[in-house]
Design a binder for this molecule. Structure first.
Ligand code: GUN
Ligand code: ZN
Length: 373
């Protein structure tokens, strides 16, 4: 198998898992946050900067790279690692989510999804087989099954039919996968907010003995409590010795609570996206450095942070750069936000080692959000 998950210990206080995920491009310590590099780049960051902040694995998108530049070109370049000069692990999402969130006029059939490119308007088609062809060409260490993330809210009948189709698509993905020896195919549990559908989906996937399992269809507008409830009855059905990935989740509270509920991997555009409009995550909570009140604030963004941005620049300077639309400002806030979340996950791992993740959560919540929930 292309990846191997090693469970190191479970937190005695919370049940959270500390592990290592061995991949063809190196080992990842889990729980981990994966910065998002949609277009074969983590927006504004160089690979050297990502390494300096200790990013262990990044995520990229099948949908975007299929549309532009095209997976054949990436393959000709020697694959995504070589194309983008990133020699650490990469995970690609399958396109099953982006095709629904970004494209127009999509039509889902048993065969696959027909849609219009959000770039050219061209009519295109992605099936489970096509998603595997693209991901085999890109060559990421971890690739995702082609699925449908049903909208929320949706009729239970629809979610049931969609989840069953996603399962049939997964079996087609397994059939079509050409590189199981160096690319691990993860299945995606769906089932909306319904316990019976989630449990059925998880059990069906586990029978297929995949190298890893993702939980999809969450963070789609439902309240956080509902997401935690879904996780609490989903993760117990997943095998202890395989990695679990919660897709599209990256707010600090959800990273901690997700780890407590047995998740090992997370990704989200949140830190990079909000950074580019001048919103930052600090040890004292969110800080909108764009705000006028920082015009004469010559202190670091986060006095408790030792990242490149916080060691060298002031809030007043960051505010000025962002207001003036200077790209350096975007780089500095992006660097800090990613550093903040990667560092948060290191603290989560340390708290698991010390069997005190629930205490850590409460301390963090009080400081960041000013309340325990
Ligand atoms: N990203 C966030 N949620 C999902 C999901 O349900 N499926 C896929 N493929 N990607 C996601
Ligand atoms: Zn910082």
């Amino acid at each position: 198998m292309a990846v191997r998950y090693e469970l190191i210990k479970e937190c005695k206080q919370s049940g959270a898992r500390l592990g290592r995920l061995h991949t063809p491009h190196g080992t990842i310590e889990t729980p981990i946050f994966m910065p998002v590099g949609t277009q074969a780049t983590v927006k504004t960051m160089s690979p050297e900067e990502l390494k300096e902040m200790n990013a262990q694995i990044i995520l990229s998108n099948t949908y975007h790279l299929f549309l532009r530049p095209g997976h054949e070109i990436v393959k000709e370049a020697g694959g995504l690692h070589s194309f983008m000069n990133w020699d650490r692990p990469i995970l690609t999402d399958s396109g099953g989510f982006q095709v629904f969130s970004l494209s127009q006029l999509r039509n889902i059939t048993e065969e696959g999804v027909t849609f219009r490119s959000h770039l050219s308007g061209e009519k295109l088609f992605i099936s489970p087989e096509k998603a595997m062809e693209i991901q085999n060409a890109l060559g990421a260490d971890i690739i995702m099954a082609f699925d449908e993330c049903p909208p929320h809210p949706a009729e239970k009948e629809y979610v049931k039919a969609s989840t069953e189709r996603t399962y049939r698509w997964l079996k087609r993905c397994m059939e079509a996968h050409q590189r199981p020896e160096d690319q691990a195919l993860f299945g995606i549990v769906q089932g909306g907010m319904h316990q019976d559908l989630r449990e059925e989906s998880a059990k069906q996937l586990v029978e297929l003995d995949l190298p890893g399992y993702a939980v999809g269809g969450l963070s789609v507008g439902e309240p956080k409590d509902i997401m935690y409830e879904v996780l609490s009855y989903t993760t117990p059905h997943l095998p202890k010795h395989k990695p679990r990935y919660l897709m599209g989740v990256g707010s600090p509270d959800a990273l901690i609570q997700g780890a407590i509920l047995g998740i090992d991997m997370f990704d989200c555009v949140l830190p990079t996206r909000i950074a580019r409009n001048g919103t930052t995550m600090t040890s004292q909570g969110r800080l909108v450095v764009r705000n006028a009140k920082f015009a004469r604030d010559f202190t670091p963004l986060d006095p408790e942070c030792d990242c490149y941005t916080c060691r060298n620049y002031t809030r007043a300077y960051l505010r000025h750069l962002i207001k003036a639309d200077e790209t350096f400002g975007l780089r500095l806030t992006t660097y800090h936000n990613l550093y903040f979340l990667l560092n948060l996950m290191e603290q989560v791992r340390q708290a698991i080692r010390e069997d005190r993740l629930l205490d850590f959560r409460d301390e963090f919540m009080m400081k960041y959000y000013g309340s325990l929930n």
